[in-house]
Write a protein that binds this ligand. Structure first.
Ligand code: SF4
Length: 385
């Protein structure tokens, strides 16, 4: 068991209940103690606990996938309506000081590296704005000296007022830095633990700040403390047992939900994709596995936003519409400057769904759902001056 001690400067977080992620052996024991009755009880419960989530993620639930789909669809429709939110990532830089075995941006990979100038950022976001996007996710590798908070603040101010929502997926920051970015217009942060299994975490994070498991685990709490409207968590699927990863993710989610009830929460399910460096996933996670995990998390937490990126193929993403996921990326490019220049190179991973925003919207409408490009406006914000 781990008992996270938060950094001294984060005094507000220190007063909270500690976040305890059990070891994978302990998670396995919880799962092994489940029976079919636990799966059935979870399928009919209004509130599902950790044992219920373990049952829904377990091999026992294999025979209940159809019922899980029906329950997940019903909850999704009731909580989110007939809508699917859309967003596009903008890669600001592919410099990274970390060495993550599974990532194309890893420091040792010989790829063309660049950081977008503010003019280039403007060019990229203008293209997406004209394509109809209103929610942008700013992504970068972790290179704080080249791409620090000053740069991110300038980018946020540049985009302020133009987009309904601007999120970031960059290096973990301090609470103070998140507050500063929030004031500049960033409203959401995504930070994935990658794997909750410490041994594998150490095995695939070979150098750099990201080697610090606990600092990363604390990051979503720091974002919430800083007042971010939304925080996204997730695990990279293909590193450790997906069932136990899902259970650890659920425990993290439930802890955040309890401590920061004002903060909207989302979960992503990135499956490993081919990337520079030739890393092969340690474990195979099939579409059926991913589907079970999505349904289990939806039934476990009825309010959580579930994201499905263009890592997944169009066929699969279309098949999941309305069943659990509430937000999709579309028309994505994972190389810095890739919207203005398709040959820019240096992408983080190859995408599985290459359709444009228009094509993704058409697929969503085809099954009777509404594509939503704007779900938030800063005018809604309580206490906005
Ligand atoms: S996963 Fe993130 S931190 Fe790791 S090498 Fe890639 S960009 Fe850098």
């Amino acid at each position: 068991m781990i008992d996270i001690k938060f950094a001294e400067k984060d005094t507000k977080i220190m007063s909270q209940e500690p976040l305890i992620i059990p070891s994978f052996q302990e998670l396995q024991n919880i799962m092994d103690s489940c029976c079919s009755e636990d799966v059935e009880a979870a399928l009919h419960a209004d509130h599902v606990g950790i044992k219920g989530l373990a049952a829904l993620l377990s091999p026992l639930a294999h025979d209940y996938l159809g019922q899980m789909a029906t329950r997940s669809q019903e909850i999704t429709l009731r909580r989110f309506g007939r809508t699917v939110q859309l967003y596009a990532p903008v890669y600001l830089s592919n410099f990274c000081t970390n060495r993550c075995a599974y990532c194309g941006f890893s420091a040792e990979n010989k790829i063309d590296r660049r950081i977008l100038t503010l003019e280039e950022v403007e060019q990229e976001v203008d293209i997406l704005y004209k394509r109809g996007f209103n929610h942008i996710l700013l992504v970068s590798g972790e290179a704080p000296k080249k791409l620090g908070v000053d740069y991110l603040e300038k980018v946020a101010l540049l985009m302020r007022g133009k987009f309904a929502a601007v999120s970031i997926e960059v290096q973990p920051l301090s609470t103070e830095d998140y507050s500063r970015l929030f004031r500049a217009g960033i409203t959401a942060v995504a930070v994935y633990q990658e794997t909750y299994e410490r041994g594998i975490y150490d095995q695939v994070h070979l150098a750099g700040q990201k080697c610090d498991y606990d600092f990363r685990l604390e990051t979503p709490a720091r974002c919430a403390e800083a007042g971010m409207r939304e925080v996204g968590i997730g695990a990279l699927l293909g590193l450790a047992d997906w069932r136990l990863e899902g259970l650890a993710l659920g425990i993290h989610l439930a802890w955040l939900r309890k401590q920061y009830w004002r903060t909207a929460l989302t979960v992503s399910f990135p499956r490993l994709r081919p990337a520079a460096g030739g890393f092969a996933p340690l474990l195979n996670v099939s579409e059926r596995d991913l589907t079970q995990m999505v349904f289990a998390l939806r039934i476990f937490d009825q309010d959580v936003g579930l994201l499905m990126s263009t890592r997944e193929e169009a066929r699969y993403r279309d098949g999941m519409l309305g069943l659990g996921p509430t937000r999709l990326s579309a028309g994505s490019c994972t190389a810095p400057g890739g919207y203005a220049n398709a040959d820019s190179g240096g992408e983080q991973f190859s995408v599985g769904d290459e359709r444009s925003l228009v094509e993704v919207c058409a697929a969503i409408r085809k099954i009777g759902l509404d594509p939503v490009r704007k779900d938030w406006d800063c005018e809604f914000q309580v206490g906005k001056s």
